[in-house]
Design a binder for this molecule. Sequence first.
Ligand code: LLP
Length: 387
Amino acid sequence: MLKGEYPLERFRDLRTPFYYYDTALLQRTLETVRAALQDRPSWEVHYAVKANRNPVLLRQIAAAGLGADCVSGGEIQAALDAGFAPEGIVYAGVGKADWEIRLGLSKGICRFNVESEAELEVIADMAAEMGLVAPVSFRVNPDIGAHTLSGITTGLAENKFGIYHGSVEPVIRRALQMPSVRFLGLHFHIGSQILDMQDFVMLCNRINGLTEQLERGGIPVEDINVGGGLGIEYGHPNHLPMADFESYFGTFKRHLQGHRPVRFELGRSLIASCGTLISRVLYVKEGLSRRFAILDAGMNDLVRPAMYHAAHRIENLSSDGPEQAYDVVGPICESSDVFGKDVVLNECRRGDFVALRSAGAYGESMASTYNGRPLPGSVFSENPAEE
Ligand code: LLP
């Protein structure tokens, strides 16, 4: 969305900060994904609810026919409430609590992505108690380091996720003996904000090797879940608002062997570009050596810059004044509450609207009430009735 396209008149009476969602862009993104997979009818995309569980967006994504990827009982419930079918819900997480497992079983979700043998035992016992058979895949730790921020790499042997690829076969054999469990497939996820398709090629190679090994050993693998991780161009929200779905899906089409159904768990690539955190300038302060633009949005509203040194593009929507360099900071009592240093913005004055772009993923969903602040609100481009 170009600077001039934000409806500032509509924003004028709203309390800032809030997330502004371009639901038309979300719709175009969902259609692009559908088109990219038209030649693979058995491949399914599950939206990673952790990226953003705003109910308006969840409803839009559910209505487009996607499944949901959940990591907690709360997310399973949010997905069901938004209209996702239980048969489209997959559930991962290294620490599934008893009530969460029972919720998944009783709602009939399509898959538990099991991350340890201990968890398998618990799921099997609970399913037996409830007179059900739990559909399970195993989350495999493929020991592949994706080229991304170190805090969000998940597929290395040293990470807590999944079962090491060299140790998974005996665990599957154990599952095959359990009457209250049905083993169906393998689940992977190597990290997030991945732009180098070579990382996904390595993942495909690992999957091919493992499925071959299992099938040689007499263990059929019905389907594969390759996780999520496709990145977006944070630096170019206007020129490249859409992730490169063609290359991404093309990589799996070219490199994944066999004809099994494939599941994808996309979060960021579906929702990041659609969201902007809108804030106002509270004060401009001249420090000894730096000029600060102090916003009314803080790290409690958008934690990614403080937590991962993530760079979101920042724009002054209200000003065409001469450009100046600012350290853009929030009001929180932490020196890490910085959105960007030496950011070139049109001259800032008190009350100007400032946009933090590409904040639709892991923005609102990671917001907190730290410092006693209210959670940010949400406003939508196309259904103002929801405000
Ligand atoms: N599947 C699994 C098992 C995951 O752990 C994740 C994300 C996804 C799918 C979705 O990945 P995506 O398509 O969004 O890359 N808070 C961090 C990102 C953490 C990602 C956690 N797992 C950030 O703000 O960058």
